[in-house]
Design a protein. Structure first.
Lengths: 347, 474, 109
């Protein structure tokens, strides 16, 4: 690895960071606008054109706020928790390939930050670490609402992590690799010449379980019991203020984007834009179109997240756990075994 | 595919026990399943496994890519574990019903503990050895805490678990060091590395840590502290299983590892084992005198017996190994019998466990008293019973292994032990007491105990049956 | 590198807040929030055993998943033999799952 490689990596990191943070800001705005639209009101539209600057104003406000740590809290862990949350949310994105490799300055550059050969395991490992942020936040605040929120959330997160991990087994069996870029490459062909060979078509059950599990993992409605405002005040972040609260908030939206990106990569063909080969584009243009395709897909999944939030009411806790353990887990296992059987029959 | 099939058939006892455990889980998951069904199934399954093991004993080999041994040594011990497990389940039937903890899980846990024991004896790889130790221990932790509303049962489970987990850490670290020194976890590969490896400091450290881990499981001094509290707190029949089958399993680990794999090498290791053995014999027997609770007394006696058996391992010659194998079989039956009698005398609320409660037992329950006398004589090592030959072989081995001092310690401490074993006999026959024994023991319990007593007698009269079987393995 | 950058970002954001934000602690402000009431005892108390159950079950299944991943990746090479072996493993695990389910460890009420 020489200087240019390091520079390229740095450039990619900056790009990904900008994408994630700007994306999160835009998602916040989008969510507020969409929810306002659904509830037949206007939503933020004063700060900047169409309210575009609103999220940045919010961040500026949060930074200027006082950072209150309750007297009875464990200060060190209280400080650590939001950092863990945001750190995990940001670093998960490192393995997402947002485009096919491009040849630039005479070298081949893969459009992903870290080319980890065990990408999927890295993904699972980081989601596990993410549980710590919320659990520790709940515990360290020494507040009953926080503790309950933190506990609920850790139970929920680990329950759904199982179905999430298991629903990926089918994808892995088809792809035969743990590298995310190769998983995308496998999806660039066609079934019978027409339908793109995306995993959503090969693994419909896996797709559904994975999407549901992702909703639970990102604490989004209908799975947002950890923060359930009416019953738990704010859940695990009741005692957080200022930018530490902001970090949790940012982490939630960054997670949403990352998981949308993962869904896109694993099931929706990643950067693959079908039927584009026939156009005969120049390589660089092609790569840019593909990155654009990837972004559009991610945006659509994010929009899907937001619409679901305003469509489905919140679960009760026992329903949540029942769904996770008694429906999702058996389904995911059945999916894995079924995929194996089908693959064997084909072979 | 086919190779696996032969592997499965060859380690039949292990497979039958495992399948029994899985079936029991399903029976228990069925809400209409009653504990009695589970108990009956477990006994049938374990006896079938024991029979299979006996049938497969002559054939000796390895299976599952050299991970386990089949036949021979493994079968010998598998049969012992299966029979001991079946006996404790049979004994527990009425005892647990009496104290209100008659649960199907008891049978399941016992069966899986037996699977773990069989894995230890069958291990041909350090990983399998560790797996077996863990499977056995985890089941026993839960069994010790079975009566979970009892304070003492809780205490026993927690103490056993915490100390056991600590000991497991030693074992695992020892395994890691041995692996580091040899570069393989397979016993044959380790075996082939001798004698080049025998002075390797990493190997010696690893072997030392493994000694610590296994010594804990056999409750040898100085790793014995848990035994009295756990045996006292756990339900009595569970103590019976822990002090016999579990101990035998840990000893089979000692035999497999130190004798078969390490080739008797490392005179240093043998001395360490001999010192542990002597300390166990002395401490176990001396402290047992001071006990007033019979379960604690049996616990210290079990520490002492671990010492006798370790003497056989330390002697590191053919007689010693054969002696240990024989001793384990004999000890299993006498101690299960002794604990069974304790469980019969004990009432439903952890009372009637002191030695004084045995005063005048011969008047109230002549048969029970007679059986207890048999077990006590056997434990003391009085000639017509099995205990005598066990000690005889082990001490003979110590003398032949140029460890005469160890044999002398053994004989002297045996004399001490006679005091507290025979005190119970004296209490039962020559004292009057208001001993009111709880309920009348059930037929199943009585049959099992009588069987144990007959086996103890039989083994004492014709030890050659077991001895000849054991001689073939080494 | 992404990890380092993410960690740096997190620390910087939190520290900026400490520097830029005001700091006027009052007694009321640093008390634990309990809907305006005086806090009653501490939150560090015993909580439902159910959470421990979930954690224990999670460990079991998570390890299973870790076993499954390499198997799934090399599924095509392993063929029928691999499938049967893993099926036996899954079966044993599922028996445990059925047991846990029927025993009511998954019930929340």
């Amino acid at each position: 690895m020489d200087h240019i490689d390091i520079l390229i990596t740095l450039a990619k990191i900056v790009a990904a960071f900008a994408f994630l943070i700007l994306g999160a800001a835009m998602t916040v705005l989008l969510e507020r606008r969409v929810s306002a639209f659904i509830q037949n009101r206007i939503g933020p539209n004063r700060v900047g054109p169409g309210g575009l600057i609103q999220p940045f104003a919010d961040v500026a406000k949060l930074v200027m706020k006082e950072d209150i740590v309750p007297r009875s809290a464990n200060r060190f862990i209280h400080d650590m928790a939001p950092m863990i949350s945001i750190g995990v949310a940001l670093s998960t994105f490192a393995i997402v390939p947002f485009g096919n490799g491009i040849d630039i300055f005479g070298r081949h550059v893969k459009l992903m930050i870290a080319d980890v050969n065990i990408g999927m395991l890295y993904l699972l490992a980081l989601t596990s670490v993410g549980v710590y942020g919320i659990t520790l936040a709940g515990w360290s605040s020494n507040n009953k609402y926080s503790l309950l929120g933190g506990l609920r959330s850790s139970a929920q997160l680990i329950s759904y992590e199982l179905s999430m991990g298991l629903s990926l087994i089918g994808v892995l069996m088809i792809a035969g690799t743990l590298r995310l870029d190769e998983i995308v490459l496998r999806q660039t062909q066609y079934i019978g010449g027409i339908l793109p060979k995306w995993n959503i078509f090969l693994q419909p059950l896996g797709f559904i379980t994975f999407v549901i599990a992702s909703f639970a993992e990102t604490n989004r409605l209908p799975f947002d019991l950890p923060e359930a405002e009416p019953e738990l005040v704010g859940g695990y972040h009741t005692e957080y203020s200022g930018m530490k609260f902001g970090l949790f908030f940012l982490a939630e939206y960054a997670n949403m984007i990352t998981s949308s990106a993962i869904i896109t990569t694993l099931f929706l063909g990643g950067w693959d834009v079908p039927y584009i080969e026939g156009l005969g584009l120049a390589p660089l243009t092609l790569a840019l179109v593909q990155v654009g395709g990837f972004l559009v897909k991610v945006a659509l999944v994010v929009l899907f997240y937001i619409i679901v939030r305003w469509t489905i009411p919140r679960f009760r806790y026992d329903q949540l756990m029942n769904l996770g353990w008694k429906v999702m887990l058996p389904l995911a296992i059945a999916n894995a075994l079924g995929t194996g059987l089908v693959l064997l029959l084909i072979a | 595919m086919n190779t696996y099939l032969t592997d499965i058939l060859q380690s039949g006892a292990l497979m039958i026990t495992t399948i029994t455990g899985i079936v029991l889980l399903l029976v228990e998951a069925n809400r209409r399943g009653r504990p009695a069904t589970s108990f009956a199934l477990a006994i049938v399954g374990l006896l079938a496994a024991g029979m299979t093991a006996l049938i497969q004993m002559p054939a000796h080999g390895t299976g599952f890519s050299g991970m386990v041994q089949t036949g021979g040594f493994a079968s010998f011990f598998a049969a012992l574990f299966a029979v001991a497990g079946a006996m404790t389940i049979a004994l527990s039937r009425s005892y647990l019903a009496r104290i209100g903890w008659f649960r199907g899980e008891y049978a399941i846990l016992t069966v899986f503990a037996v699977v773990g024991m069989m894995l230890i004896a069958a291990s041909n790889d350090l990983i399998i050895l560790f797996l077996g130790v863990e499977l056995m221990s985890v089941c026993l932790y839960v069994l010790a805490g079975l009566a979970r509303v009892r304070d003492r049962s809780n205490e026993a489970a927690l103490k056993y678990f915490l100390l056991g987990a600590f000991a497991t850490g030693f074992l695992l670290y020892g395994i890691a060091l041995i692996y580091g020194a040899v570069g393989s976890t397979n016993f044959e590969a380790i075996s082939a590395a001798f004698p080049a490896i025998s002075a390797h400091i990493m190997f010696l450290a690893g072997a030392g840590l493994v000694v610590v881990g296994l010594s804990f499981k056999v409750s040898a001094v100085p790793f014995h502290m848990w035994a009295p509290d756990v045996y006292e707190g756990a339900p009595t029949t569970v103590s019976a299983l822990m002090s016999t089958a579990a101990k035998a399993a840990a000893f089979s680990g000692f035999l497999v590892l130190f004798v078969r794999t390490f080739h008797f090498v490392g005179a240093g290791l043998n001395t360490v084992l001999a010192v542990i053995a002597a300390a166990s014999m002395i401490l176990g027997n001396v402290v047992a005198i001071a006990q007033t609770n019979i379960k604690r007394m049996l616990a210290y006696s079990s520490i002492a017996h671990a010492g006798y058996m370790l003497a056989g391992v330390a002697a590191a010659n053919a007689i010693g190994l054969m002696g240990v194998a024989f001793y384990l079989v004999a000890y299993a039956f006498m101690n299960i019998g002794a604990f069974a009698v304790v469980s019969m005398v004990e009432d439903d609320h952890e009372q009637h466990l002191t030695l004084d409660d045995y005063a005048g037992l011969s008047k109230q329950r002549p048969l029970v008293a007679a059986l207890m006398a048999v077990f006590m004589f056997a434990l003391a090592g009085v000639p017509p019973f099995a205990g005598f030959f066990g000690k005889y072989y082990v001490f003979l081995a110590a003398v032949e292994g140029k460890m005469t001092w160890l044999a002398i310690v053994g004989v002297l401490t045996s004399l001490i032990s006679a005091y507290y074993y025979l005190r119970i006999v004296v209490l039962m026959y020559f004292r009057d007491g208001a001993a009111d024994v709880a309920a009348k023991p059930s037929v199943l319990t009585m049959v099992t105990v009588v069987l144990a007593a007959l086996l103890v007698l039989q083994l004492g009269i014709t030890p050659s049956v077991v001895v000849q079987a054991a001689q073939r393995f080494f | 590198m992404m990890l380092a950058a993410a960690a740096a970002f997190a620390v910087i954001m939190a520290k900026i807040n400490e520097i830029v934000g005001p700091r006027r602690e009052t007694d009321e402000k640093v008390t634990t929030y309990e809907s305006g009431m005086e806090p009653v005892r501490t939150a560090r108390e015993r909580f439902s055993v159910k959470y421990y159950m979930v954690a224990v079950l999670f460990i079991l299944f998570d390890i299973e998943i870790v076993f499954l991943y390499p198997w799934a990746v090399s599924f095509r090479q392993l063929g029928l033999h691999g499938f049967v072996v893993m099926f036996v493993f899954m079966f044993v695990l599922l028996v445990g799952f059925v047991y846990v389910w029927r025993k009511g460890a998954l019930e929340w009420d």
